[in-house]
Design a protein around this ligand. Sequence first.
Ligand SMILES: [Zn+2]
Length: 339
Amino acid sequence: MEFSSSCIECAKPYPVIKRDELAEGDHIINAGTFYDDHAIVIKIEPDVRDRSNLQKARVVLIHATTYPLGISIGTIRQTVDYFDFKRCNIMIVKYFNRPFTSEEIIHRAKIQLGMPIIFPFMNSCEYFATHCVTNKIFSVQGRKWNMNLKIFFFHGLDGLSDEKLRNQVAHERELICKPCFERNNELFGVKKKAIRKEYDVHEGDIITFSYWKIHHDAIVMKVHENQTRNMKGVDLTFAHYAFCGPFISRTIIEERKTFPLDGSVIVNLYKSPQFNVYSPTETTARAKMRIGEQNFALFLNDSCNFARWCKLKPESLFPVNKSRFEKNVKNIAVNVIDT
Ligand SMILES: [Zn+2]
């Protein structure tokens, strides 16, 4: 199966919290307040000032962004950056199929060093990075927005907040490829159980409930014992991407609340062997590591994406293409922009 440049799901951002999750040749996004910088990772090393800290790294990057606010004029440049994964919002773009090996991607980036930026002012850093990885030019976020505008137009807000419907519509309109459609169907069609008793929900579960009148997901951090026998509800501490007011960015926080036992709150039953999941302790630890993050992006890094990232291992989130490294695609002209 080829990488599909027309599929909006074949390239997906995935948050990174530790140095060893990054690899040389990866396409990364350093999400900023005003713009997102995309780059190719050339080298990763420990930060000499704090070697044993896996949350810090010295990273050599090649990218097309050279000026503040994402304006790209000039040439493709190599820079050295120091990342603190706890503070920076770094994401890897996971590709369903990378036609080049890591070494080839690095080579493709290096031979463009010093070349003029082809598309100033137009997502040039993203175009540069996607072209190094796939030999095609596209914007991950731009394509996703186009699809969502179409879904909003045909199905309104309900359509947008229902992941399964979004997936179906995207498939019908040929905006996603078959493996991505099938993988999403499995993820979004997971068995669900309505919470009617305290013991229906456990630490590390993904729960879905209505939040500001839309579907919202959270990780259960702790199920508190019912102190008063008459209390009709389940007392939970949960982690989620909270709405913190109109002028404050959405933030991942821990919150404690008593939920009703009327079946309105749902547990998503992600379990092995169908899904490769982290243990409850690992799941809550992953959630804790992202508390305070303000990198909300609707459909890319929202409450559902955060909850699944905590619970599910990458193998379950992305369709695996086993033939990826068996291919021997070489000698593809780097300067030809072949979309
Ligand atoms: Zn796809």
